[in-house]
Each structure stands twice: as structure tokens, then as C-alpha cells.
Design a protein around this ligand. Structure first.
Ligand code: FAD
Length: 234
């Protein structure tokens, strides 16, 4: 299976393979074009234009959560499929639910809300990675629902905003993580152990928090500060 992805509503054409090839010639590196050109098409092109992150903060309801009603995998939290995290996330939810059943210490109707908390902790790991990157997208739409059920829509980028939605404000935590990621990757380029951690996180073997161990955090902040200091001295 070959996937061709666009960003900011610049979708590759899906009406014919010839048009897709034309698009790839213009928009992708020559190696990608060569691979696509030498590929034998076995099926029709399948478009998918529903790339977004969507999370239900189920744990906030605590015991008020409906009894015997369990959300799992994408139903609880869906990620931008570009980062290929959804299956690991769903399997980890299933394993966690299995563990709770195996304990045989809870009433069946309570299991759903008991499951919500550890399940949400699992979702958080993938949510951070996905949303930290997606907040960088110039054209962004954000829809939030608060505890009272009020829905708010924010939007940035694009040629027009006929609904006059508010601009979304990047959360401080996301700004920090974006900056941290940038400097972490620069440090990892010079450190075998840091690049190994990064590979483990990308391949979803490890919790992303491993990238923020105190010594690593210090190294990354030190590099960022030194760079800033050198720049301000020049
Ligand atoms: C284009 C694309 C590429 C992706 N690439 C990757 C990847 O490379 N790696 C990765 O890890 N993840 C990837 N994902 C994400 C991954 O597919 C999902 O996260 C994962 O399948 C979620 O599993 P799930 O069981 O929660 O939901 P699903 O796999 O969506 O399963 C839910 C099932 O419930 C059925 N259903 C829905 N409503 C009803 C109903 N009312 N009654 C009965 N049945 C119903 C649906 O038909 C479906 O079969 C990708 C997703 C997309 C869309």
C-alpha cells in the first residue's frame, strides 16, 4: 500500500493514477515519483480526507460515566493517522481492559469508569506527540466542548474565515514541547543514547516521557541556552 499525503487542504488528486503521477512529479522528491511511476496499480485510488485528532476526556466524568459502557481505541481518542499510532493505542487499551477483567475484583458495571483513567493515561502518550505536531499546521481548526456541553470553534489560516471564528491560542505546554522537540533532535544528532531513545519513542516501544528524563532535560535546555547566548553575543 502506498499513501500520498497532503497538508493544509492541498490534497493529491484521486480521480486517476495519471493525475496523481503528475501531481507527484511536481510536489514530491524525484525518488517518490520514480517509485510511484514504476508501481503497478492493483486497485482504484482510495481517498481519505478525515485527518484530525479527536479526544474525549472520559476520565473527567469519574463515577458519573454510564455503567457498562466502554469506549476503546479510536472511539475514545483518535489521532492524525499520519503518525501511525492508532493501532498500538487500541491494542494497549484492549490489554489494559483485559488486565482489569483478570483482577476479578470489580463489579462488572463499574469496570467502564475504572478503565477510563488508565486508558486516558495511555491516550495521553500518543495525544501529546500528535497534537504537538499538528499545532504547527498553518491552517488549523479547533473545536472544543467544555463540561457544560458548550461547543466553541477556533480557526486560523485559510483565505477566508466567513464564520469569523476566533484564532486558536497555542497552549503554553504545546509551545514548550515544540521548542523542546526541536532542541532534542539537535542534541540527538550528536548523542547515540538520545537518538536511541528517540527511535524507541517513534517506534512506540517507550513512553515519550523518556525524552524528558532530568539529565536529558538539562542537556537539551543547556544546548538551547548556549545557542541563544552565542546568537545574542554575535
Ligand atoms: C488512512 C489511515 C491510515 C492509518 N494508518 C495507520 C498506521 O499506519 N498505523 C497505525 O497504527 N494506525 C493507523 N491508522 C489508525 C488505525 O487504523 C486505527 O487507529 C485503529 O484501526 C483503531 O482501531 P479501533 O478498533 O479503535 O477502531 P476501528 O478499526 O475503526 O474499528 C471499529 C469497527 O467498528 C465498526 N463499527 C462502527 N460503528 C459500528 C456500529 N454502529 N455497529 C457495529 N460496528 C460498528 C467499524 O466498521 C469498524 O470495523 C490509520 C487510519 C487511517 C484512517
Amino acid at each position: 500500500i502506498i499513501g500520498v499525503v497532503g497538508v493544509n487542504s492541498e490534497y493529491p488528486p484521486n480521480d486517476s493514477y495519471e493525475d496523481l503521477l503528475e501531481w507527484a512529479k511536481e510536489h514530491t522528491p524525484s525518488e517518490c515519483y520514480t517509485i510511484l511511476k514504476s508501481t503497478k496499480l492493483c486497485n482504484s485510488l482510495i481517498p481519505y480526507r478525515r485527518i484530525f485528532d479527536d479526544r474525549k476526556y472520559v476520565e473527567l466524568l469519574g463515577e458519573k460515566w454510564p455503567q457498562s459502557y466502554i469506549l476503546l481505541g479510536d472511539a475514545m481518542c483518535k489521532f492524525n493517522s499520519q503518525y501511525a499510532q492508532g493501532m498500538t493505542h487500541a491494542f494497549r487499551h484492549a490489554r489494559e481492559l483485559g488486565k482489569i477483567f483478570d483482577e476479578h475484583s470489580h463489579k462488572l458495571e463499574d469496570i467502564s469508569y475504572i478503565f477510563n483513567r488508565p486508558a486516558s493515561t495511555i491516550s495521553e502518550e500518543y495525544w501529546i506527540g500528535s497534537t504537538t505536531n499538528d499545532w504547527k499546521t498553518p491552517r488549523l481548526k479547533l473545536i472544543t466542548t467544555d463540561k457544560t456541553g458548550e461547543i466553541r470553534t477556533y480557526q486560523r489560516g485559510g483565505d477566508s474565515n466567513p464564520t469569523k471564528d476566533l484564532e486558536p491560542r497555542v497552549p503554553l505546554m504545546i509551545k514548550f514541547l515544540q521548542c523542546y522537540n526541536y532542541w532534542f533532535i539537535r542534541c540527538a544528532a550528536k548523542s547515540g543514547s538520545l537518538s536511541t531513545y528517540l527511535v524507541h519513542v517513534i517506534s512506540q516501544d517507550c513512553n515519550p516521557l523518556i525524552l524528558m528524563k532530568p539529565t536529558t532535560l538539562l542537556k537539551v535546555c543547556y544546548m538551547a541556552l548556549i545557542h541563544q547566548f552565542c546568537l545574542s553575543n554575535n
